[in-house]
Write a protein of this length. Structure first.
Length: 516
């Protein structure tokens, strides 16, 4: 049965009229809707996607992980600990208030108090106003990732969010609760919210006074609806009830790709899926030859092709292409013959037993990946006792490092490979939080020193060399088992020019979306 929108399109085309105006009113289905309109309440993909629609950051990532100015027109490093941003003039908030440096400093101070964002902004001492359109951000020591963290600074309307309503501070950040900021918004972004029913739909309309007149976007109205079930989401796209969906599961991608007037758009993601090898729980894993044997025995290319149905990019290291520290020479190394030889050299020609744990509802096909890995390890004599469980049960077990091999996925908050090392491969240190998710208990003083040095090196080229050295050491010592970077997939009507606005960060720049 044709939808009302489809009938309207046919009628317009039959009359020889353009369908541009109607096409600029679109419906997008995601697996969940934003839990709040407060950009500082939760550090999550859904919040960041919403933030790019309602606000604008100081700078934002390009598809190639470069930076482009948004609220900040230009910037420069003043010294090792001070970075200056020059703000764009003539930017209006949705309330009609003009943006100035006071709004940016106020936003920064609020971010520093957010539970979710506090760690991201912990390197900084303060932000200061130089004049109405210039601010400086000051770190406690040399810090190279200022532009990366500036992508999280979405200036808020100080006047709009100041004062009290119903006896409560309008600027208050309430985690998972109702606050003024969670239900009211005044940003600088391309859209305003005209209606919102939590769990049902959010309606966005174009902001008439949006500052970016060069944006090609022509979407006047966007309705975001949550559809949790993969199959239902695809059915809604194919029937014409929605214009765009995310995500498209691996099992549905062929169906979407083969559908008439529907495009499947995929991007190699930046979340690495790995196995950690617990050297504390299984003595065999202390031997670098055994760890190398395990890495060589796992055919991660086959996992991507058969289990992920191509919905992944095979990995040989932590950070993907585009990240500082990426080394194109560190490739996947499946070689069963070599794996068997390494086991023999290590004195384990007859193999040994190990335990393995994995979630079954956290990452795409996580349980199937674990099952395939266990089967591959049996070919070199390793007998695996595998347990899979829901993520709610899995993470407490992971915190205890309860198995010899444990599956974990990680996305870098700073889109930088040092973040992987800080949490996954540096020596565990309760005081600093380094290695907090290192259940392999891998420890190498050189790696620790290099990462710490890289995080204080403001020369991009020098820092990249340090991080490449880190990746090479981890590769040679088989510190972990790299599997793949999870890909991202969107489905959309062919009239939507989706490819230019989607990215590996998983928040499309809907303000720039063009509908033909």
């Amino acid at each position: 049965m044709k939808t009302l929108k489809t009938k309207l399109a046919i009628a317009l085309m039959a009359a020889g009229l353009s369908f541009c105006a109607a096409a600029a009113d679109i419906t997008v289905a995601y697996d969940a809707d934003p839990v709040s309109l407060d950009p500082h309440e939760q550090l999550s993909g859904g919040t960041l996607q919403m933030s790019h629609m309602l606000f604008d950051p100081l700078v934002r990532f390009t598809k190639d992980f470069d930076f482009e100015g948004r609220i900040a027109e230009k910037w420069e490093r003043v010294n090792d600990t001070t970075f200056r941003f020059h703000l764009r003039k003539g930017v209006k908030f949705h309330s009609g208030n003009q943006l100035t440096a006071d709004d940016v400093v106020w936003t920064f101070d609020r971010l520093k108090s957010s539970v979710d964002f506090k760690n991201v902004f912990s390197p900084y001492e303060k932000m200061t106003k130089i004049d109405d359109y210039t601010v400086e951000i000051v770190s406690s020591k040399p810090y190279p990732l200022v532009l990366q963290t500036a992508t999280y600074i979405f200036p808020m309307d100080k006047k709009f969010y100041s004062g009290k309503e119903n006896g409560k501070d309008k600027s208050e950040i309430v985690k998972h609760g109702s606050s003024f900021a969670s239900t009211h918004v005044s940003g600088t972004g391309p859209f305003i919210v005209t209606s919102r029913e939590q769990g049902v739909k959010v309606v966005f309309e174009r902001f008439d006074d949006y500052w970016d007149k060069t944006s090609p976007g022509n979407v006047d109205k966007l309705t975001l609806v949550p559809i949790k079930e993969d199959a239902t989401r695809v059915a809604a796209l194919l029937s014409g009830d929605v214009d765009m969906i995310y995500p498209v599961s691996p099992n549905d991608q062929r169906r979407v790709k083969n559908a008439k007037d529907i495009d499947l758009v995929t991007v190699s993601g930046t979340r690495i899926i790995t196995f950690q090898m617990n050297q504390n729980s299984n003595p065999a894993l202390k031997d670098v030859r055994v760890r190398q044997a395990i890495v060589h025995a796992i055919n991660n290319d086959a996992i991507v092709k058969k289990i992920m149905k191509g919905f992944g990019t095979t990995a040989g290291q932590q950070g993907p292409a585009g990240y500082s520290g990426y080394d194109a020479d560190l490739v996947p190394r499946y070689d069963l013959k070599k794996a068997k030889q390494l086991m023999k050299d290590a004195g384990y020609e007859n193999g040994f037993k190990l335990s393995m744990m994995a979630p079954n509802n956290r990452y795409v096909n996580d349980a199937k990946i674990a099952q395939a890995t266990a089967s591959m390890l049996s070919k070199i004599g390793i007998k695996v006792d595998l347990k899979t469980m829901p993520k709610a049960q899995y993470w407490p077990e992971f915190d205890l490092c309860a198995a010899d091999m444990m599956l974990i996925g990680w996305h870098s908050d700073t889109e930088d490979s040092a973040n992987f090392s800080e949490f996954l491969t540096m020596t565990r240190d309760k005081e600093t939080g380094r290695g907090a998710y290192n259940c392999g208990h891998y420890s190498n003083p050189e790696v620790d020193k290099l990462v710490n040095s890289a995080n204080a090196e403001t020369d991009t080229a020098k820092r990249g060399v340090m991080l490449q050295r880190v990746e090479k050491i981890l590769y040679d010592e088989a510190a972990f088992v790299p599997l793949h970077w999870q890909d991202l997939a969107w489905g959309a009507k062919s009239t939507l020019q989706v490819a230019p606005i989607v990215n590996a960060l998983n928040f499309p720049y809907f303000g720039d979306l063009v509908v033909k």
